[in-house]
Design a protein around this ligand. Structure first.
Ligand SMILES: Nc1ncnc2c1ncn2[C@@H]1O[C@H](COP(=O)(O)OP(=O)(O)OP(=O)(O)O)[C@@H](O)[C@H]1O
Ligand SMILES: [Mg+2]
Length: 209
């Protein structure tokens, strides 16, 4: 079986975790050995960094550069401890977020220099790029609808940002298609979940050949 490295991206509530589950089980049914993991986190060090990054109590104190370096610190551990060993073992790795989030949030929205941010991200990736990034895209009104519906489960400092913030993040993601030509595929995140999963699984199997 071929290995593959794919990332799911998108704004808050775009459906990344939902798709990770659906795609993971669909690929499992096809006989693939799948490892699903999230960023930041996925390792003991990474989960501790994640807690600092997403703590709503740090909003207003944490600097964009601090966030960017911490996200990449978690990322470095994740690549080394999770992704590389899984790829070496012939698995399909599917990540819930990665460096494209850093480019959208810390660079495009929070204003860090894109060239520098990209360089740090690439160092953290250790020269390994995903085979494809699937960008789950939903319009601002759908983001609002989903975040309102799930208000009780929201614990991340990003979930409680205003509509303008989420709209800017979305714009930041879409703009990355010109920064990383050929890497990113926009997926209509407003389609029914099972339909999205079928589309992405089809693309993954095509890409792996
Ligand atoms: N295709 C879809 N259509 C309608 N609702 C969806 C769809 N996919 C997910 N949802 C709903 O949207 C909400 C957010 O989904 P999910 O947790 O998968 O998003 P996420 O991208 O992982 O969010 P976060 O960035 O906060 O982790 C959930 O209530 C989920 O049931
Ligand atoms: Mg999620």
């Amino acid at each position: 079986m071929k290995s593959g490295f794919f990332i799911l991206e998108g704004v808050e509530a775009a459906g990344k975790t939902t798709q990770l589950r659906l795609i993971g089980s669909a690929l499992g049914d096809l006989g693939y050995d799948v490892l699903a993991s999230r960023e930041p986190g996925g390792t003991a060090i990474g989960e501790r960094i994640r807690a600092v990054l997403l703590d709503p109590g740090n909003e207003g104190t944490i600097q964009p550069l601090t966030s960017m370096l911490l996200f990449n610190a978690s990322r470095r551990q994740w690549m080394h401890e999770v992704v590389e060993p899984a790829l070496a073992a012939g698995k399909i790795v599917i990540g819930d977020r990665s460096f494209l989030s850093t480019m959208a949030y810390q660079s495009y929205v929070e204003g860090l220099d894109p060239v520098f941010t990209r360089e740090v991200c690439m160092r953290a990736m250790g020269g390994r790029m995903p085979d494809r990034i699937f960008l789950l895209d939903i319009p601002p009104e759908e983001i609002r609808r989903r975040l309102t519906k799930d208000a009780a489960d929201k614990t991340s400092r990003y979930d409680v940002m205003d509509d303008a913030f989420h709209a800017r993040v979305r714009e930041g993601y879409l703009a990355q298609r010109d920064v990383f030509p050929g890497l990113i595929e926009r997926i209509d995140g407003a389609a029914p979940p099972e339909e999205i999963a079928r589309t992405i699984v089809g693309r993954m199997t095509d890409i792996m050949g």
